[in-house]
Design a binder for this molecule. Structure first.
Ligand SMILES: Cn1cncc1C[C@H](N)C(=O)O
Ligand code: BAL
Ligand SMILES: [Zn+2]
Ligand SMILES: [Zn+2]
Length: 487
């Protein structure tokens, strides 16, 4: 749909050609990365070993660029059942330290959400498979593809022996999908070390709002993730010999989960909307400027009817209002077949995407009080335990920061268009900490298309997005360097 409006100037032309010519190699590396089942969500030793293997692969690739790589031990994750599991090392890498050049730091993650072919994938999630220019596989778009696109961009300059216009740093982790455990502490520790020379931080862990038109992101929601356990006893019961004489944990839990949100998507926890920032006129105008075809969005999402009909309402409910999602029930009998069981203990999992200016500890108290009230009304003999497992802050950028201008120019060079200026309803756990702690500005520069299916079956990145995205990063380096002279 869009083509570059102007031929790329000077060294970029060669870099772009290099990227086009070497695209099969870039896809091959992505295939190698996708082949590692680096799932950080399921807390099991086998997958933690895969995460370590993934961190080594990424470290090797960074060393291959000529970067200095520190693989920082991140300690252990404490699980609720008392078990501990190792956290994969966090990579801090740097390439170049020319004081005349700006220093851009890329943050990305190489862990993924769980995936099994049996969940309904058309291909093996850990075997990258190309169909019609779409590269299917877990992590292709979230976030291995974008991490590699940044590496591809650097590698093109290196291979051509072209001067890299910026000093580059990398912050690569393997626990993002588990809430970026241990990362906050490292960022604090490195504030006046690794981060001191950084001019801006780039994150490419989101999607466009279109299939073809690029976007820049200036805000993400946060998330507070809750578990609610209802326990009768540790063992299950036969539903014939105990059914009818018990308060069943599942019945309690289903009632609790059913009390959280109504059919219009409104969260029923009292007080939850109190602190949500009011909508401004300026903000309303901003939604109008966004080019979103509601009909196409709905049909490509394969949803019969969305909760809202207008573009403005949809965007506001994705970006600037909280939402509550119910994720699953541990201990519930969810396998196929007709097992006649009464689970003895079940844990429901739900989360609330947070927006400015909600306060996480207030949300925690409101949710706990609400569930305690609902549970007490049932007068059940079971035990209920509620805990907030993760608390992740929302993030808002300052779009007048110069890297937004550099990114816009780079987008114009590669795609021949202005980007959509958007927010994202999902969460980058470390974004706010990075911004607040290091006092460096953060930009989100996504590469993936709206239909990439993050966290879902058949996740993909288009070959076009991956390759043009690599060029976009190369163009961004150059624009950052150009802007540097005018600071
Ligand atoms: C791990 N986690 C929990 N809540 C949010 C996250 C981060 C993840 N990127 C997401 O938006 O889903
Ligand atoms: N892509 C949004 C943040 C995450 O899910 O990894
Ligand atoms: Zn994700
Ligand atoms: Zn991600």
């Amino acid at each position: 749909m869009f083509s570059a409006s102007t031929p790329p100037p000077g060294p970029l032309e060669k870099v772009f050609q290099y990227i086009d010519l070497h695209q099969d190699e870039f896809v091959q590396t992505l295939k190698e990365w996708v082949a590692v089942e680096s799932d950080s969500v399921q807390p099991v030793p086998r997958l933690r070993r895969e995460l370590h293997r993934m961190a080594s692969l990424a470290a090797d690739r960074l060393r291959g660029l000529g970067a200095r790589v520190a693989s920082v031990d991140a300690g252990f994750q404490q699980l609720p059942d008392g078990q501990t599991l190792p956290i994969p090392p966090i990579l801090l890498a740097e390439l170049g330290s020319d004081p005349k050049k700006p220093t851009v730091c890329f943050y990305g993650h190489v862990d993924v959400q769980p995936a099994r072919q049996a969940d309904g994938w058309l291909t093996d999630p850990y075997t990258l498979t190309e169909v019609d220019g779409k590269l299917y596989g877990r992590g292709t778009t979230d976030n291995k593809g974008p991490v590699l696109a940044w590496i591809n961009a650097v590698s093109a300059f290196k291979a051509l022996d072209e001067d890299l216009p910026v000093n580059v740093k990398f912050l690569i982790e393997g626990m993002e999908e588990a809430g970026s455990l241990a990362l906050e502490e490292l960022v604090r520790k490195e504030k006046s070390g690794f981060f001191s020379s950084v001019d801006c931080i780039v994150i490419s862990d989101n999607l466009w709002i279109s299939r073809r038109k690029p976007a820049l992101i200036y805000g993400t929601r946060g998330n507070s993730y809750f578990t609610v356990e209802v326990k009768c006893r540790d063992q299950d019961f036969h539903s014939g010999t105990f059914g009818g004489i018990l308060n069943e944990p599942m019945a309690d839990l289903v009632a609790l989960l059913g009390s959280l949100v109504d059919e219009s998507g409104r969260i029923l926890v009292p007080g939850i909307y109190e602190r949500v920032a009011p909508v401004t006129e300026e903000e309303k105008r901003m939604y109008e400027a966004i080019d979103l075809d509601v009909g196409e969005f709905r049909s490509s999402s394969q949803v019969k009817r969305l909760l809202f009909d207008t573009k403005e309402e949809l965007l506001m409910h994705l970006w600037r209002y909280p939402s509550l999602s119910i994720h699953g029930i541990e201990g519930a009998f969810h396998e196929p077949g007709a097992k006649t069981v009464i689970p003895g203990r079940v844990t429901g999992k739900f989360s609330i995407r947070l927006v400015p200016h909600m306060d996480m500890s207030v949300v925690e108290t409101q949710v706990k009080q609400h569930l305690e009230y609902i549970f007490s009304k049932r007068n059940s003999s079971n035990q209920m335990t509620v805990s907030m497992a993760l608390g992740l802050h929302p993030w808002i950028a300052n779009i007048s920061d110069h890297q937004y201008l550099a990114a816009k120019r780079a987008i114009k060079t590669v795609f021949g268009t202005e980007p959509d200026m958007i927010r994202d309803g999902s969460t980058i756990p470390i974004a706010k900490t990075l911004q607040d702690t290091t006092q460096k500005s953060v930009i989100m520069l996504p590469l993936g298309a709206v239909d990439d299916g993050e966290h879902s079956q058949n996740e993909k990145i288009n070959r076009w997005n991956y390759i043009q995205g690599s060029k976009l990063f190369a163009a961004f380096f150059l624009e950052m360097a150009k802007l540097r002279s005018s600071w």
